[in-house]
Write a protein that binds this ligand. Structure first.
Ligand code: COA
Ligand code: NAD
Length: 703
């Protein structure tokens, strides 16, 4: 549902004796300072009028989707003015009814809860997502929500941050009614409510108050175990104060904690990622009105690990998929894997059996590439072999219909060469999915030299339809993510040859006190397959483009030869008992033997050194990537790492973290490590951009 625009941030008018307060701040009606400033006069007008009641509504595609996140950066920001306006709404002696649609989130729900009655259209989603920004609700969400739905449900919504449907909101008492036209229903409600005592949320008794401590104590324990996420403990404190000491004390606590949280690095980082993910969709030299090609049918070439996952990603979003594999057994394996995956999801209740059947039916198999002649877009996911990729690109170029988009899922190969081989390079683009492709959020969209603007624009739009977080990258070895991961792996293995253990290294980088990566480098490579990583490195070195230092990633290359391929073989950097990773003495001995062979001496590594040697080369590589124009902007690089590599959002990504540390400190450490460790291949020479930021006191976020 979309409501017509009024052209004013907030307007008030009276129709048939009823007042209408309309918020109109496109695109999502976020409560900006302008909205706050305009709410006062609108309420004045209502209070001075003889309207029988007030309907609070918003224009456009949604009711208010939250406070304007940008205003939290202003050190002078305080929730007090909005809170006072909400108190005025609630204090009205005439009925005030909220008419809700779209996404009623954060400050939007807080406005609604200050009203006496709430009616939503059936598709409305309601929630308090502030926790996902490292915050708590700032305008009485922690006080009014428990008074409407109880402490237990309020804590669940505030700590989880996930919006709920209108149906669920009605069943827990958050809204009073659902109507196709909530504004019309609000008028009727005002007539019913007129003359009755307004139901003010602040004076309601919290329904499960007697169980307050039993509800909050276990949540407090959980929050205490994640001190790097201070918003959780803060939310519980605000709920608890409001429950035990009353609404006013709860309000004071909420305000104090909100203002503390806004300044924390964790919240600043999460807000940075919120805007970074949205900025990543914008392509500077691509006009917003670039026409899109029609894409409804998808062909996938190669039904292996990636092909099957990519097929599911598209089918989940409603696309019709033809999955082709030249090897009938591989095709059968791929299709079986897909149907088993959906059966498992249905068995676990994650999907209804009907939906599982419907989605599975969208995917059909074929053995001949000819089956792709009429599809709108092909994603090629055959073996990572340049000759093969060029051969199939030529075949696709010959058989696909004019206008079809030809995407390659290569992780390392030169997309420009593949594009040339197709005979229609303007139609070729890279779509670098991450494994498992139906689950991982990141999609690197590789813009090749000749990729047509409408092909790029269409693939970005398709990415959002399949709910991927897309980041554009230029063509280079490893694109953005794996190119940075390469130097991260390099240092991890170099430290192992100097006698550090994988557990010691992973332990530091996985420790939230240092960084909090979901998985350290050795654990990650063991999971992805040491063979997969090593093959890439071996080819890169053999091509002459990779480093020619014989000690370069000697460990993973030797592990590849010895069959220590990670989890799949039961031993890699670690030894596996089931899923448990244990120290692997064989790999440790192999590292020691390689160290002797390459004249590397053993040394001790403290946590600070491990942290610097893993993070700083990545920051340096990112600076090169920016200088070369491979990434459009620094924040895109942060999105790649937070969406695709388990870098915690509350750290804001490697470049947000670099800004917090300071380019000067990073450059000084790089010089120090170069002096101690030697500067093979110039690996400790700061990139020109990083040096400049260090010299000028600049930040990646200001580039
Ligand atoms: N404050 C400031 N800007 C906001 C905003 C907010 N609360 N919510 C959305 N925007 C901006 C986005 O940055 C984007 O701007 P852009 O077009 O310049 O990139 C624009 O509004 C549209 O948002 P987008 O997320 O692209 O639209 P969507 O339709 O995919 O999703 C929402 C809409 C409301 C679900 C989503 O924007 C959202 O979750 N917003 C944040 C809600 C929130 O956390 N509220 C509590 C704040 S304390
Ligand atoms: P895979 O070995 O699991 O599957 C490749 C499939 O391609 C096989 O089933 C094979 O039979 C099929 N195939 C080979 N030649 C073919 C042809 N001429 N016509 C049709 N089918 C053919 O490989 P994968 O891991 O799925 O990788 C596929 C691509 O995705 C590679 O380019 C790889 O670099 C890339 N990639 C892999 C990962 C990963 O984690 N596995 C991640 C990102 C990208």
């Amino acid at each position: 549902m979309t409501k017509p625009s009024t052209g004013q941030a907030v307007s008030f008018h009276i129709e048939d004796g009823i007042g209408f307060l309309t918020i109109d701040q496109p695109p999502v009606n976020a409560i900006s300072l302008a909205v706050i400033a305009a709410l006062g006069p609108a309420l004045d007008a209502f209070e001075a009028s003889d309207a029988r009641g007030l309907v609070v509504q918003a224009a456009g595609r949604t009711f208010v989707a939250g406070g304007d996140i940008t205003m939290f950066d202003d050190p002078a920001f305080t929730p007090a003015p909005l809170n006072a306006l909400l108190d005025r709404i609630e204090a009205s002696n005439r009925p005030v009814v909220a008419a809700l649609h779209g996404t009623t989130l954060g400050g939007g729900l807080e406005i609604a809860m200050a009203c006496h009655h709430r009616i939503a259209d059936p598709a409305t989603r309601l929630g308090l997502p502030e926790i996902t920004l490292g915050l708590i609700p700032g305008s009485l969400g922690t006080q009014r929500l428990p008074r409407l739905v109880g402490l237990e449900k309020a804590a669940g919504m505030i700590l989880g941050g996930k919006p709920i449907s209108a149906g669920d909101a009605q069943s827990i008492g958050l809204i009073d009614a659902i109507a196709e036209d909530p504004s019309a229903a609000a008028i009727a409600a005002i007539d019913t409510l007129t003359g009755t005592e307004p139901r003010r949320t602040r004076v309601q008794v919290i329904p499960d108050l007697d169980r307050a401590e039993a509800i909050l104590a276990p949540l407090r324990d959980v929050a205490a175990s994640t001190p790097w996420h201070p918003a959780k403990a803060a939310a519980i404190e605000a709920l608890s104060t409001g429950a035990t000491d009353g609404y006013d004390a709860g309000e004071a606590t909420e305000t104090r904690l909100f203002l503390d949280l806004v300044k924390t690095p964790a919240s600043r980082a999460q807000r940075h990622i919120f805007f970074a993910e949205r900025a990543a969709r914008r392509i500077s030299d691509l006009p917003g009105d670039t026409p899109l090609r029609r894409v409804e049918t998808i062909g996938i070439l190669g039904a292996g690990t990636m092909g099957a996952g990519i097929a599911m990603a598209f089918a989940n979003a409603g696309f019709t998929v033809t999955l082709v594999d030249a090897n009938p057994e591989a095709l059968d394996r791929g299709l079986t894997r897909i149907s088993q995956d959906y059966e498992r999801l249905a068995a676990r209740g994650r999907l209804s059996a009907d939906d599982a059947d419907r989605i599975t039916a969208r995917i059909s198999g074929a053995e001949s590439i000819a089956a792709l002649a009429d599809v709108d877009m092909v994603v090629e996911a055959v073996f990572e072999d340049m000759d093969l990729k060029c051969r199939v690109a030529a075949e696709l170029g010959a058989i696909c219909k004019p206008g079809a988009i030809l995407a390659t899922n290569t992780s390392t190969l030169d997309v420009d060469r593949i594009a040339q081989a197709s005979g229609r390079p303007e139609a070729v683009i890279g779509t670098h999915f991450f494994s498992p492709a139906q689950i991982m959020r990141l999609l690197e969209v590789v813009r090749a030299r000749d990729t047509a603007p409408d092909v790029l624009a269409t693939v970005m739009s398709v990415a959002s339809r399949i709910r991927k977080t897309a980041v554009v990258t230029g063509v280079c070895y490893g694109f953005i993510g794996n190119r940075m991961a390469e130097v991260y792996m390099r240092e991890s293995e170099a430290m192992q040859m100097e006698s550090a253990t994988p557990g010691q290294i992973d332990g530091v980088i996985e420790d939230p006190a240092w960084l909090g990566m979901a998985m350290g480098p050795s654990r990650m490579l063991d999971m992805a397959g040491v063979d997969v990583g090593a093959r890439t490195v071996i080819e890169w070195i053999a091509s002459g483009d990779g480093p020619q230092d014989p000690a370069y990633r000697a460990l993973c290359r030797a592990m590849f030869d010895s069959g220590a391929h990670g989890q799949k073989t039961g031993h890699g950097y670690y030894r596996y008992e089931g899923r448990t990773a244990l120290p692997n003495d064989d790999t440790h001995a192999l590292a020691a033997q390689l160290a002797r062979q390459h004249g590397i001496t053993s040394r001790d590594h403290d946590a600070q050194e491990i942290f610097e040697r893993l993070l700083y080369p990545m920051v340096n590589e990112a600076a090169l990537i920016l200088d070369e124009g491979i990434a459009q902007r620094a924040s895109d690089i942060d999105v790649v790492w937070t969406a695709g590599y388990g870098f915690p959002a509350w750290r804001g990504g490697p470049l947000f973290m670099a800004d917090e540390i300071g380019a000067d400190a990073i450059v000084a450490a790089m010089h120090r490590h170069g002096a101690t460790l030697g500067n093979a291949d110039g690996r400790w020479t700061p990139a020109p951009l990083l040096s400049r930021l260090a010299r000028e006191g600049g930040r990646f976020s200001d580039l």
